[in-house]
Design a protein around this ligand. Structure first.
Ligand SMILES: Nc1nc2c(c(=O)[nH]1)N[C@H]1C(S)=C(S)[C@@H](COP(=O)(O)OP(=O)(O)OC[C@H]3O[C@@H](n4cnc5c(N)ncnc54)[C@H](O)[C@@H]3O)O[C@H]1N2
Ligand code: MOO
Length: 454
């Protein structure tokens, strides 16, 4: 078996890593008990079982980030009426023709229209109406002159603003001419009645939610956010805020994974840590399934004597679903469980307990699944090529390694080592450096694939 270095000549010649293990095209391992799955195979298997959630009608703000499943047509034109785009005076074009500061057009102010006003005094020859931005254009008016082009009714020089509130009507001196429709926003100039405002398949971000509100929709039909239940396992775990006895550590995974689930778009429920007792774990899962579109557990999937998730969920009776525990050609994240459990065959991800392993596993497998449940494209992270100035000394042969990195200015630096317990390094990384299965090191200055995490 030969090993290879990213950036070295052997790699550039296209020689690959060991056969029958991981490889660039995502093939991995032999059949049988010692079978090892590639990252790509596992993701494919996971996504093959995920079906988008049934659409429901949601209030606009609850639909943020969701995929629309209906075409939304516009019931009435937007804007619904001709209106002013400036604070100023609604005038007739002929009345202000040739107006200048030296020879202003002097008009009689016959009314005042605020936005929202339904009372529209008509503008006759020689007349003007004071009008605010967004207020309907009154009958007879052909254009709006901004207040800065007038004396504001003061009899002095050019105004900089209107006087507050209602002032006695009088005269206004207009210092410039205006063309027809100047500073008028036409009815329907944004979108016409009967047009499609948004098509099915649109992801609702803030501007789309703004548009829906603008056309009068209070609710929309979307695929909902999945409800993801997160629970950690391990008798050593104590919630943050509590003191630690000998051998105990704080449960960080359930918090991190709950945050991951939210970040992926889910409604996440964190369940506290469950001890290493299979019966308790099974009972807890049974209780939680009622509110879950997916379940994520951490810990208890390796080969130890107290690997509770594996013990509780291996070999389930056929009517309770099934969970497959397997080894992947990746580091971190080698041991993984995935299956569907309970009466609704709810997808369950049994992630490894080491915190970095849990995080990377969520990124690679759960995040795409959450997105698929929402009807979104599963992959959303950007992968870029970047120079790795210090390189990577060694990477496990036949495994795809995800190292923590900090990416900036087209270069990526490793953050911390490969240990899957290094939570501080994870918290200071903004990217994952991918060392492919067929590489056992990366030359200093070579280019690598980098998955950007934000
Ligand atoms: N003999 C072998 N031992 C191990 C193997 C192996 O192949 N042979 N694989 C190692 C790998 S790789 C991983 S990853 C872990 C996965 O183990 P488990 O999923 O069973 O996880 P635990 O044993 O429960 O915990 C591992 C580690 O992580 C800490 N942990 C667990 N849960 C939390 C949590 N909620 N918050 C913070 N830290 C947590 C736990 O205390 C352990 O230190 O197995 C290796 N072993
Ligand atoms: O896979 Mo473990 O995830 O290497 O620490």
């Amino acid at each position: 078996m030969s090993s290879s270095t990213v950036g070295a000549a052997a790699d550039r010649d296209g020689r690959n890593g060991p056969e029958g293990r991981g490889s660039r095209d995502g093939r991995a391992g032999r059949d049988g008990a010692d079978r090892v799955w590639s990252v790509d195979e596992h993701l494919r298997d996971v996504l093959a079982t995920i079906r988008p959630l049934e659409p429901i009608e949601l209030q606009l703000l609850d639909a943020q980030g969701c995929v629309l499943v209906e075409d939304v047509t516009v019931p009435a034109a937007l804007p619904p009426f001709d209106n002013s785009s400036m604070d100023g005076y609604a005038v007739r074009v002929a009345d202000v023709q040739g107006a200048s500061e030296e020879f202003p057009a002097v008009l009689t102010v016959v009314g005042d229209i605020a936005a929202g006003s339904a009372e529209l005094p008509p503008v006759g020859p020689g007349e003007a109406v004071r009008i605010m931005t967004g207020a309907p254009l009154p009958p007879g008016a052909e254009a709006v002159v901004p207040v800065e082009w007038t004396d504001g009714g003061t009899g002095g020089g050019p105004a900089t603003a209107m006087t507050a509130r209602r002032e006695p009507l009088g005269e206004v001196r207009v210092h410039r001419p205006a063309t027809a429709r100047a500073h008028v926003r036409a009815r329907g100039s944004d979108v016409g009645a009967g047009e499609i405002a948004l098509s099915a398949g649109t992801v609702l971000g803030p501007p789309q939610i703004g548009l829906l509100a603008a056309v009068g929709r209070a609710t929309v039909t979307v695929r909902p956010r999945p409800r993801v239940v997160v629970l950690s396992t391990g008798s050593e775990l104590v919630p943050p805020g509590e003191g630690l006895a000998a051998g105990q550590i704080h449960d960080s995974n359930s918090f991190m994974l709950t945050a991951c689930a939210r970040d992926a778009g889910a409604i996440a429920y964190r369940v506290g840590a469950v001890g290493d007792d299979p019966a308790t774990l099974r009972a807890t899962l049974e209780d939680q399934l009622i509110r879950a579109d997916a379940v994520v557990t951490s810990g208890g999937v390796s080969v130890g004597a107290y690997d509770v998730v594996k013990e509780a969920l291996s070999g389930l009776p056929a009517d309770e679903g099934s969970v497959d525990f397997r080894r992947l050609a990746m580091q971190p994240g080698k041991p993984q469980g995935f299956g569907r459990i309970g009466p609704d065959r709810t997808p369950l991800f049994a992630l490894p307990g080491n915190p970095v392993s849990s995080y990377v596993s969520f990124e690679l497998f759960v995040r795409p699944a959450v997105r698929a449940l929402m009807g979104l494209a599963p992959a959303d992270r950007t992968t870029v090529r970047a120079v790795c100035p210090e390189g990577v000394g060694s990477s496990p042969e036949g495994k795809r390694q995800y190292l923590r990195g900090h990416y900036a200015d087209e270069a990526v630096h490793t953050v911390g080592g490969a240990g899957s317990h290094l939570v501080k390094a994870l918290a200071h990384a903004n990217a994952l450096i991918v060392v492919p299965e067929d590489a056992t090191s990366v030359e200093a200055g070579a280019e690598v694939d980098v998955v950007l995490l934000d």
